[in-house]
Every structure is written in C-alpha cells, then in structure tokens.
Design a protein around this ligand. Structure first.
Ligand SMILES: C[S@@+](CC[C@H](N)C(=O)[O-])C[C@H]1O[C@@H](n2cnc3c(N)ncnc32)[C@H](O)[C@@H]1O
Length: 278
C-alpha cells in the first residue's frame, strides 16, 4: 500500500530520533519541491529527497535551500538532491504561467494571495506601476485579473527582467504590460507618467523608495507599501509613510494594514494601503 505521507514512507529508512528532526512540509514551485534539511539529517538527505520524489508524481526535481535571500537581487541558493538536474520550472498562479530559474531570480509562491488581492482592488482603466517587478508576477496577475489599462514594471536584476519579458509574451500580455530594466530610482524619473496605483513589493528596505512612489502616484492614487515587522511594531510602517508624505508635502489616508505572510515567529510581511492626495 502507498504510504500516506513522507514520515510514513521513511519509517524504515530513518531512526525514531531522526524522524523527529524531519521537516515534512515543503514548498512547490512548478515541479520543483524545495525542502529544508536540518543539520542532524544531512547524511540522509539523498534518501529523504528520493522518497519524496517517488511519493508524488507532480515532483520532478527536489532541491534543498543552502542560503537565505541575499543581496540586492534577493537571491537564494539551492542544491539539487534528487530528480532532474535543473532549477528552471514553470509555475501557474491566478491564471498566468511564469517560467524562471529559482536560483537566478527572487520568486515566492507565498505572495500569490497578496498578488490577487491587489489585482482585485484595481479599477477599470487604471494605470499601475509595479516597482521591483521580478519575473513579472504582479504585472501578470493584475493584467489577467483586472481591467487595468496599462501596467508598468521595473526590475534591476537583468535575469529576472529577461524572464519577465518572456513571461509577458508567454501570456500574450504585450499590449498591457511594459517592463523596464534598471534601478527604480533611475527609471521612475524617465517615465514621464503618473499612476493610479503604485505597488512596492520590496519588504526589506522599501522605505528608501517611498519618495519615488510618491512622485509617481497621481493625486487620489494608492500606494501599496510592504514591510517586515514584528507584531508589536506595526505602527512603524505608518510612521515611515507619515514621514515620507510630510517630506513630499502630500496628504494621505491609510486605508488598511494587511498581514500578507509570516517571515519568522511574530514577524510578518505587511502591506499598508495608502491613499495619497496632492
Ligand atoms: C522581494 S523581490 C519581489 C519580486 C516580485 N515582485 C515578486 O513578487 O516575486 C524584490 C525585487 O526587487 C528587485 N530590486 C531590488 N532593488 C531594486 C531597485 N533599486 N530597482 C529595481 N528593482 C530592484 C530585486 O532584484 C528583486 O527582484
């Protein structure tokens, strides 16, 4: 009989003590399963990965994380430990297909619900700017799930930008989405356009680009500002907005604060939706 989960499938391969260390949850990006192997099980990683591969038909590659997100591009390292030797895959979310190499770009499946939330806020004929657009998941999910007029994206990682362009073509969205490669700080002043909505999916350090977002947003437009904050410090996000708007000489109203992910115990990724007036 087929084992019902990874723990059961490994009961003859791992000791009772080793089973206690096993992290049986994993992330799926397309057909790649991303597992975490605790130090105590490193010698058993091959058998764990092979077992997972055999257990699920939809998995073709098993990788383990070997670093945290690092650098401006927010990249993470992975090692293939079972299945096909590749890190490129195709992922489907909210009606769009996206192809990318998981090690060369930032991508989080855990942001999917948030992308759809933003798309559903977009009203007919809005012009939307997505700063930090990566492989274009926000632009694509917004284009597919709203009646936006035009969506612009800006991304500094050339590899992510290239995948973004490919994904726009793959989804036949060339008439709605325009992607720019470069630093938000350099690109925004060249756009000569203002937007009804500016999305800022850079939770670590995004506040240093609030001046750009406030320049790009139309009067009565909305800025979606992301941050990682401890549950006791959510008011810090409001303080960052207050100070940036004061500096830019803009009035604003906080519409809502949304928890849209958990980074570690008590630390959440939050989004502050802010209406900005001239
Ligand atoms: C947290 S990721 C979000 C990517 C994408 N929006 C998503 O949801 O998967 C942040 C992205 O911002 C890009 N980035 C960082 N600094 C930037 C800058 N100054 N200008 C443009 N893009 C930048 C990184 O390369 C990375 O792809």
């Amino acid at each position: 009989m087929k084992p019902k989960n990874l723990k059961e499938a490994l009961k003859n391969e791992l000791s009772k003590k080793e089973i206690q260390y096993l992290i049986s949850s994993y992330d799926m990006v397309g057909d790649i399963a991303i597992i975490e192997v605790p130090y105590e099980l490193e010698k058993k990683e091959a058998v764990i990965a092979d077992t997972l591969l055999k257990l699920h038909k939809n998995i073709n590659v098993v990788v383990k994380k070997t670093s945290e997100h690092k650098g401006v591009f927010r990249l993470q390292k992975y090692k293939v430990i079972a299945g096909e030797k590749r890190k490129k895959t195709e992922y489907v979310e909210s009606g769009v297909r996206m192809r990318f190499n998981i090690e060369r770009v930032y991508f989080s499946t855990r942001f999917g619900t948030e992308r759809l939330r933003i798309a559903r806020l977009v009203k007919q004929d809005e012009d939307v700017l997505v700063m930090f657009s990566g492989v274009a998941p926000f632009p694509l999910v917004i284009a597919r799930n709203s009646d936006a007029k035009e969506i612009y994206g800006i991304e500094i990682n050339p590899v992510a930008h290239k995948y973004g362009l490919e994904n726009v073509k793959l989804n036949k969205m060339e008439d709605k989405i325009k992607l720019y490669e470069g630093d938000v700080r350099m690109i925004v002043p060249t756009l000569r356009k203002k937007f009804d909505r500016v999305v800022m999916p850079l939770p670590k350090g995004g506040e240093s680009f609030l001046d750009m977002a406030l320049k790009a947003v139309k009067g009565n437009g909305v800025v979606h500002f992301y941050d990682f904050l401890h549950v006791d410090d959510f008011s810090l996000a409001k303080k960052k907005i207050r100070e940036a708007c004061k500096k830019a000489g803009k009035r604003y109203k906080t519409q809502r604060l949304v928890k849209c992910g958990q980074q570690k115990p008590y630390v959440y990724r939050i989004c502050l939706d802010v209406k900005v007036y001239d």
